[in-house]
Design a protein around this ligand. Structure first.
Ligand code: ADP
Ligand code: MG
Ligand code: ZN
Length: 608
């Protein structure tokens, strides 16, 4: 199943390569053209022979073959004369009248010459058809090339020349970035003014930031605020394409923008702008990048053109791009903070005119979506509206949002998923273990809910969400993350015995190992390693490596012993929560905390 899927995606990847199709098309055209020329030339070229000359040629055994087009003409091939070595057969034609045909056929038969009947008309039709196919082929190729040149943006829309309608009002959060961009808007509105006061106006702005953080949105807003057209292209669209096409598209883009001024947006600029020569397979990409540099140097600041490039890999960019007069400004766009997330949610609820119920607290929702981008949040609002609509509700209620969020974070509910009662018991104990350890040792992360409803890859989950975005992590916090992560396995082991622990802890172990490694390798929190940071570029002695790995192991083993102890002490609370889960599948955070507390597991406070 997996293999089949892979091979399908493999073929899809191959078949969607534009250069492959262009190659096939050109080959077909050349072959077609060749055939067409042959069919056209063969019957047209031959010399005309008189009737009597044909008869004597037949007698002299010079005729190699004959073709008869009844009612019109005779065609044939003549052997080269004996005295001309190396010469090839030549074609001839004879216009005949019906009565004379008998004689020719007679003699041809006697001399053993093969005779074929064809219709010249059909021949013509074949040639005409061939020509038509070739012409159609060229037309298609032409259209493809033209579209290749003109297409822009990821939307496949053609040159968006009308001014963009997006403004900064469509952007929430990102105040610093927006403030910087407002400056360049001033310049776009009145490029002459900058020239007059002798200020050097910006030509290019680079935006750095992870996907979905609103880079495209803000570039569009710059154009919208300035009332100029927005031209977009994606670096990945012009790489590895036909020879010269990347260059041509870049030229075309600048030519159009320079006519009336505008914003040229180059998304994924690292695809063309990564270091020349370094780890790239395409020479062609270098030419595209060079063309971009030439174009940027080539226009004057008074033309009112601004180039905005976006990437999430600034370290890959060719330094030549960032010289003065090119992309000499850069702004970075980060993932939104909790407050910004709330503002983005609010904006999208407003923009889409989604009616929202009384019980929806967007601030709370924002805190439940740590590490989410603006695009994730927009998606969440949209998904919640869909859930509500599907249930026939008049407004989006908190429940709709919950289920949209689960769906986005964990994947779809697995309907029809069957597990044995024994398996459910294990999952319930495992998740209750995570919940218990989290509540006991990690006050920073509130328990949002615990569920044994299977979704995506997981059979269950204990959801925590930090009350605030944390930027600094104490050793205690990191340790509590590991404790929480190991608690699922520890609970299984305590309740069912070491022989029955399951594969359910796979991703838990990956995560805890990652944190422990980080502590030792980068954060100077390893017992014996001390304050040394590991640099992958520098070789390490084998001993240092061994010490680090020993430290990692020690951290994990020490914490595992501690979490086992915690769970043994609070086994009654663990089992009470597991039972509740088996009965009701999903338990809200507050209620879960109450069940644990009622059974002797009091939540931790910051002081402890
Ligand atoms: P990027 O180009 O950084 O990958 P996009 O600009 O394409 O991100 O963002 C995708 C969508 O996410 C936007 O169209 C918008 O709906 C939403 N979005 C992202 N950031 C914001 C924001 N700061 N304010 C409002 N909407 C946002
Ligand atoms: Mg984008
Ligand atoms: Zn787990």
């Amino acid at each position: 199943m997996q293999a089949r899927k892979q091979s399908r995606t493999f073929w899809r990847a191959i078949l969607t390569q534009p250069s492959l199709w262009a190659g096939i098309l050109i080959t077909l055209l050349l072959v077609g053209l060749g055939l067409g020329i042959r069919t056209l030339r063969a019957p047209l070229a031959p010399a005309e022979l008189t009737y009597s000359a044909l008869l004597s040629a037949l007698d002299a055994r010079q005729v190699a073959s004959l073709e008869i087009d009844p009612g019109r003409e005779l065609r044939g091939r003549m052997r080269p004369g004996a005295g001309t070595p190396g010469a090839r057969e030549t074609g001839f034609r004879v216009v005949y009248t019906s009565p004379t045909l008998d004689e020719v056929l007679h003699r041809a038969e006697a001399m053993g010459v093969t005779v074929a009947f064809t219709e010249r008309e059909q021949h013509d039709r074949m040639a005409a058809l061939n020509l038509l196919v070739v012409l159609a082929g060229f037309a298609v190729l032409g259209i493809l090339l033209k579209r290749g040149l003109a297409t822009q943006g990821g939307h496949g829309s053609l040159g968006e020349e009308s001014p963009s309608s997006t403004t900064f009002a469509n952007v929430a959060g990102n105040e610093g970035t927006v403030a910087e961009l407002k400056e360049v808007v001033e310049f776009l509105r009145d490029p002459e003014k900058f020239g007059r006061i002798g200020a050097r106006a910006p030509k290019g702005v680079l935006m750095f930031g992870p996907p979905g953080t609103g880079k495209t949105l803000m570039a569009r807003a710059v154009a919208g605020e300035a009332g100029v057209p927005f031209f977009a292209i994606s670096g990945s669209e012009v790489t590895g394409f036909l020879v010269g096409l990347g260059v041509a598209r870049v030229k075309n883009l600048f030519r159009r923008a320079r006519k009336r001024g505008g914003v040229i947006f180059i998304d994924e600029i690292d695809a063309i702008g990564s270091r020349r020569g370094a780890n790239r397979s395409h020479n062609e990409d270098d030419r595209t990048l060079n063309q971009l540099l030439v174009e940027m140097d080539g226009f004057s600041q008074r033309e009112g053109v601004l180039v905005i490039g976006a990437t999430n890999r600034p370290e890959d960019l060719d330094p030549a791009l960032r010289r003065p007069g090119r992309f000499d400004r850069s702004v970075s766009v980060g993932l939104p903070s909790a407050d910004e997330r709330e503002a983005i949610l609010r904006l999208h609820v407003l923009e889409r005119a989604v009616p929202v119920g009384q019980d929806v607290d967007l601030g709370r929702l924002a805190r439940l979506m740590p590490q989410s981008s603006g695009a994730d949040l927009a998606n969440l609002v949209n998904e919640a509206a869909i859930v509500a609509a599907r249930q026939g509700a008049v407004a989006v209620a908190w429940g709709h949002i919950e289920s949209a969020r689960d769906r986005l974070l964990l994947g779809k509910e697995r309907t029809g998923f069957r597990a044995s009662d024994g398996e459910w018991q294990i999952v319930a104990v495992h998740e209750a273990g995570h919940a218990l350890a989290g509540v006991l040792c990690c006050p920073e992360d509130g328990l949002h809910k615990v569920t044994i409803q299977p979704r995506g890859q997981a059979m269950g989950v204990a959801f925590f969400s930090p009350a605030d975005d944390l930027h600094l992590h104490s050793r205690r916090y990191l340790e509590s993350q590991i404790l929480k992560g190991l608690a699922g396995r520890a609970a299984e082991e305590i309740v069912f015995g070491p022989a029955l622990v399951t594969s359910g802890a796979r991703s838990d172990l990956q995560q805890t190992t990652r944190i422990a490694k980080e502590m030792v390798y980068s954060l100077g929190m390893g017992q014996s390693t001390g304050l040394v940071a590991y640099d992958p570029a520098l070789p390490l002695s084998t001993e240092t490596h061994a010490t680090m790995d020993r430290d990692v192991k020690e951290i994990i083993e020490g914490l595992y012993a501690r979490v086992r102890q915690l769970i043994e002490t609070h086994r009654a609370a663990l089992e009470a929560l597991a039972r509740a889960l088996l009965e009701r599948e999903t338990i809200g955070g507050e209620e879960a905390v109450a069940i644990l507390a009622a059974n002797g597991a009091e939540p931790a406070t910051y002081a402890s």
